[in-house]
Design a protein around this ligand. Structure first.
Ligand code: NAD
Ligand code: MG
Length: 398
């Protein structure tokens, strides 16, 4: 029987890579639903190619536009729209697995719906774990949902950890989890230049082709900060046992340090189809389309420590992770607003960290027990971050 999939965020970078892997295995996977928000032309082409039962857009206007494109091509896919439709296609009875690849906090309610429905969750949307790690993991556990990490670092760690070791690191002789980071495009840029960085420069990642938000997160290293929090929840790993090392070539995707001195790593070309195929194929290995690693052309693998003065966002994420409670949710919301403002040309690159620090230093309720309380906190922080990033006569924070 083929595995039935819903892909949330099918028109994004992870969504397209997922469909590329799926297309290599027509007997193995069937697409039940695709969600593509506002990118109706791309979504229409995906519907024609993969013939899902449902396609979900952002709102009625985009739904009407998609409907017209589909009918013109005699495609029978039914069109739905809005947040409830995202949750419905994630939780539908016939669905086995859900790829959660919406970007940002917008991906949380549908990911949580998949967890409540006990689905196999292919989790790319790291913001879900940053915002609601405790609630999401507990909901998954209570409903028998399996959470498989798509993020390349966590996928690497998952591949080299013994099964079932989450929360029992000592029993398995695990000393620490080491996340590798490329360091992004500004690893060696003169720090004085950072405030003049343009959005076009910031989204140009040296090794990976990704959506705009995660590309800026990589440039500030907030991405690695979000990934620390993601690893903390996925592997039930105390913050003190999480390490970050800069590895500019992005070939070692992450590592696990064991008690006996061994360090196990997963290597490969930087291509998200590898972790996606690993998750979709489990327990088998399946073809992903990624090129084999070529040791003749691979020149050097280098490693160094991150510089917290250059990357204040990484430090802020460490602080939020250590503070726990609602702090990571505040970190995430402030960062999303600041990154969007930077991409719109409204604030400088260096103002992203200032905005996040401002929100983390304010007071906020510490209730993380329900989706509603987290969404309220998210909305409140967004307003605060918006006001801060639009303030007149902004003074440097650092
Ligand atoms: P992207 O911007 O390329 O795609 C985002 C997708 O989400 C698109 O399909 C878009 O239509 C949809 N979307 C945007 N806003 C939405 C909203 N409000 N409601 C519903 N859908 C919405 O992003 P991406 O690079 O594919 O990243 C997706 C997620 O995966 C992010 O959380 C990112 O951190 C994570 N991730 C991405 C990569 C990568 O290589 N791209 C690697 C690891 C993790
Ligand atoms: Mg990653």
């Amino acid at each position: 029987m083929p595995q039935t999939l819903t892909i949330l965020g099918s028109t994004g970078s992870i969504g397209e890579n997922t469909l590329d892997v799926v297309s290599r295995h027509p007997d193995r996977f069937r697409i039940f639903a695709l969600a593509g928000h506002r990118q109706v032309e791309k979504l229409a082409a995906q519907c024609v190619r993969f013939a899902p039962e449902y396609a979900v857009t952002a709102d009625a206007g985009h739904a009407a536009a998609l409907e017209k494109l589909l009918r013109d091509q005699s495609c029978q896919t039914q069109v739905l729209y809005g947040a409830q439709a995202l949750a419905d296609i994630a939780a539908a009875d016939c669905v086995d697995g859900v790829m959660c690849a919406i970007v940002g906090a917008a991906g949380l309610p549908s990911a949580l719906a998949a967890a409540k429905a006990g689905k196999t969750i292919y989790l790319a949307n790291k913001e879900t774990l940053v915002m609601s790690g405790a609630l999401f993991m507990e909901t998954a556990r209570a409903n028998g949902a399996q959470v498989l990490p798509v993020d390349s670092e966590h996928n690497a760690v998952f591949q080299v950890l013994p099964r079932g070791c989450a929360g029992r690191l000592d029993e398995h002789g695990i000393r620490s989890i080491i996340l590798t980071a490329s360091g992004g495009p500004f690893l060696d840029t003169d720090p004085a230049e950072l405030e003049h960085i343009t959005p076009a420069q910031a989204v140009k990642h040296p090794n990976w082709r990704m959506g705009r938000k995660i590309s800026v997160d990589s440039a500030t290293m907030m991405n690695k900060g979000l990934e620390l929090i993601e690893a903390h929840w996925l592997f039930d790993c105390p913050p003190a046992r999480l390490e970050v090392v800069i590895h500019p070539q992005s070939v070692v995707h992450s590592m696990v340090r064991y008690l006996d001195g061994s360090v196990l790593a997963q290597l490969g070309n930087p291509d998200m189809r590898t972790p996606i195929a690993y998750c979709l194929g489990l327990p088998q290995r399946i073809e992903s389309g990624a090129q084999a690693l070529d040791f003749e052309t691979l020149s050097a693998l280098t490693f160094r420590q991150p510089d917290s003065a250059r990357f204040p966002c990484l430090q802020l994420a460490y602080e939020a992770m250590n503070a726990g409670g609602a702090a990571p949710c505040v970190l995430n919301a402030a960062n999303e607003v600041a990154v969007a403002a930077f991409l719109d040309g409204k604030i400088r690159f260096t103002d992203i960290a200032r905005t996040v620090a401002h929100c983390l230093n304010g007071s906020f309720p510490n209730d993380t027990g329900s989706l509603e309380s987290l969404l309220d906190l998210d909305a409140q922080t967004r307003r605060q971050a918006q006001a801060f990033s639009e303030r007149p006569n902004a003074k440097p924070y650092f």
